[in-house]
Structures are given as structure tokens and as C-alpha cells.
Design a protein around this ligand. Structure first.
Ligand SMILES: [Fe+2]
Ligand SMILES: [Fe+2]
Length: 137
């Protein structure tokens, strides 16, 4: 299942929307490589680029929430922490280079990202919007 970016995934913070979009593009590049039969390249891309970019995103997002004084920062950080652990487990499994495991890892990553953006990330977007509105009446 390829990932799909849509306007409905926007959280309303340009930097974060751009990073989410990059993650969607990266996930799709992995699927493209798999479809082209380039399993090794796909796994290398996952380990070298996707994992690193995802970590950058989670930590940039935490810094952003901190910078705007987001009240639910700790809850949000805990959700990120759980996911970091899950990704570590996934990477362990991928050492075998099993394509089925890899595909299920991709589905897990996209499933998590999609529901996290919808249910968790959008909340700081709403807070940010209200805060901006208060600063510029
Ligand atoms: Fe998040
Ligand atoms: Fe996010």
C-alpha cells in the first residue's frame, strides 16, 4: 500500500507539513524500489535515510512544540518515544533482509504516521493557530 499525501493531512505549520510530505515521498520511494525488484537498495535507503529523517522529524517537532509552549508536549513526546522503540525493533528484524518483514514494516510506518498526524500532530497545529490569532488580533 503506497502512502498518499493529501490536504487533509496538513497540520498548518509549514515546516512540519513539509517534513510530513517528505516522509510520504520517502515511503513511496521505498515501494518504487521494491516494485523494481531492488530489495537491497530499498533496505539501504530505509536504514540510511528514512530512519534518520524520521528521527530528525520527531526531534524537530518536539523542539517546535517547546518553542510555542505547547501544553501537551510531554504526552506527545511519549507517543514519539513509543514509536522510536518500535522502529528499533523493526530495524532489528530487517537484518534478515526478508521482503515480507520489510513490507510489513513499511505498512506499520505509514499506518503510524498517518494516524499520528491525524490524531496527535494536528492538536499542536490547532494550538499554534489559536496562539497566532491571539498575538495578531
Ligand atoms: Fe508528532
Ligand atoms: Fe509529525
Amino acid at each position: 500500500m503506497r502512502a498518499e499525501w493529501s490536504e487533509g493531512l496538513k497540520v498548518g505549520v509549514d515546516q512540519m507539513d513539509a517534513q510530513h510530505k517528505t516522509l510520504v515521498d520517502l515511503i513511496n520511494s521505498l515501494y518504487d524500489l521494491l516494485e523494481a525488484g531492488k530489495k537491497k537498495e530499498a533496505m539501504d535507503l530505509f536504514r540510511e535515510r528514512v530512519k534518520v529523517y524520521l528521527e530528525k522529524h520527531l526531534s524537530d517537532e518536539e523542539k517546535f512544540m517547546e518553542s510555542i509552549g505547547y501544553p501537551d508536549l510531554e504526552i506527545h513526546k511519549r507517543a514519539h518515544e513509543k514509536f522510536r522503540k518500535l522502529m528499533l525493533e523493526v530495524c532489528e528484524k530487517l537484518k534478515e533482509e526478508d521482503e515480507r518483514e520489510f513490507r510489513s514494516a513499511l505498512a506499520l510506518l505509514w499506518g503510524w504516521l498517518y494516524s499520528h498526524i491525524q490524531k496527535v500532530d494536528k492538536k499542536y497545529g490547532q494550538f499554534y493557530k489559536i496562539k497566532l490569532g491571539n498575538c495578531h488580533p
